[in-house]
Design a binder for this molecule. Structure first.
Ligand code: BEZ
Ligand code: FE
Length: 329
């Protein structure tokens, strides 16, 4: 772009007090209204952060060094940036904003870095874990809409660790996917499978995020849980997990993912269920009724929440494609 054609004042002699407005001004050449708004807010908060903390050059250099190391340790099977977002509470915050759940529907939680796209499709009743040390678990679930109508044919991605608290991708010598599967709900919205009882485990803490936790005197543990992801056209994509009650880390999850409605009590398989599902009586039993919200309801709730939150901040916005931009009309 020819600088003489741009209606921007000369960017010179910028100070602590006027640099922010000038950076925003030059960025405002951007034609994408949403990107312009996001950058405007990002620059404002970053600059305020530096001003409020009186950030030193040395501190900022160590911050940049830290972020460099976060990037350097990332690989196909290690996503340190997701971990960083998780331990800072940002992952949970973004999910809560982007996928609001009305009363009565299943709440979402953090995805984490261990979901893969290579899980095998399994049929009802299959065993998803091949860890002989794991305590057997029978899982019986239903999937319904907010009116109680069964949802048939939803794709359900399920993943958990082995009995030592490691996901398959954490083993360099793994032969293929394990502790994960894809299933589809039946006509009654029912799906069931065999698994192992989840155990607590530490998030990967041998990298920069682990060092950060240590410095903050925070432990790296997640409470015992099993992940579920639901996809069905017309419904809001649900990423969630079920947590076992009374886990030692139930109230101090390193990534802030636990919600009361997602905490379950395990039961025991009785004689009737044992016969019906072909497992020994006394096997640990997990039952849960998941409820999906329609995409239309979720979108409407997100728009309403956005308007209300930004009204409270005194910002005049309009919602375009589900996201706020300044309302300049
Ligand atoms: C997980 O539950 O798989 C997870 C979530 C966040 C960070 C690390 C692991
Ligand atoms: Fe997990």
């Amino acid at each position: 772009m020819d600088p003489s054609q741009v209606k921007i004042p000369p960017l010179k002699d910028l100070t602590i007090d006027n640099i922010t407005e000038n950076v925003i001004l030059i960025n405002s050449l951007c034609e994408d209204a949403r990107m312009k708004y996001v950058l405007e807010r990002l620059v404002t908060h970053l600059h305020d952060f530096a001003r409020e903390t009186r950030l030193s050059t040395k501190e900022w250099m160590s911050g940049l060094q830290f972020l460099t190391e976060v990037g350097q340790i990332c690989s196909d099977v290690r996503q340190e940036f997701i971990l960083l977002s998780d331990v800072l509470g940002l992952s949970l915050l973004v999910d809560s904003i982007d996928h609001p759940k009305p009363e009565g529907s299943t709440q979402g939680t953090v995805l984490g870095p261990f979901h893969t796209h290579e899980a095998q499709e399994m049929t009802a009743g299959d065993m998803m874990s091949h860890d002989p040390q794991g305590e057997p678990l029978l899982v019986l679930c239903t999937l319904k809409d907010t009116n109680g109508k069964p949802i048939e044919g939803a794709k359900i991605d399920i993943w958990e660790t082995d009995s030592t608290g490691h996901y398959d991708v954490q083993y360099a010598d793994r032969k293929g996917p394990d502790g994960r599967c894809i299933m589809y709900s039946d006509k009654e919205g029912f799906f069931w499978f065999k698994a192992i009882k989840p155990v607590p485990y530490p998030i990967p803490h041998d990298g920069p995020v682990g060092r950060l936790l240590k410095k903050l005197h925070r432990h790296p543990y997640r409470p015992s849980h099993m992940h579920f992801m639901f996809e069905k056209e017309g419904y809001d994509h649900l990423i969630t997990a079920l947590y076992l009650r009374n886990d030692p880390y139930e109230t101090s999850d390193a990534v802030f993912g636990v919600k009361n409605t997602l905490v379950v009590d395990l039961g025991k398989v009785d004689a009737e269920l044992a016969k019906k599902y072909g497992v020994p009586e006394g096997t640990a039993l997990l039952t849960y009724d998941f409820v999906l919200v329609t995409e239309a309801d979720s979108n409407a709730l997100r728009d309403k929440n956005s308007k209300e939150a930004l009204d409270k901040l005194g910002r005049k916005v309009k919602i375009v494609n589900g996201l706020p931009i300044p309302d300049l009309d």
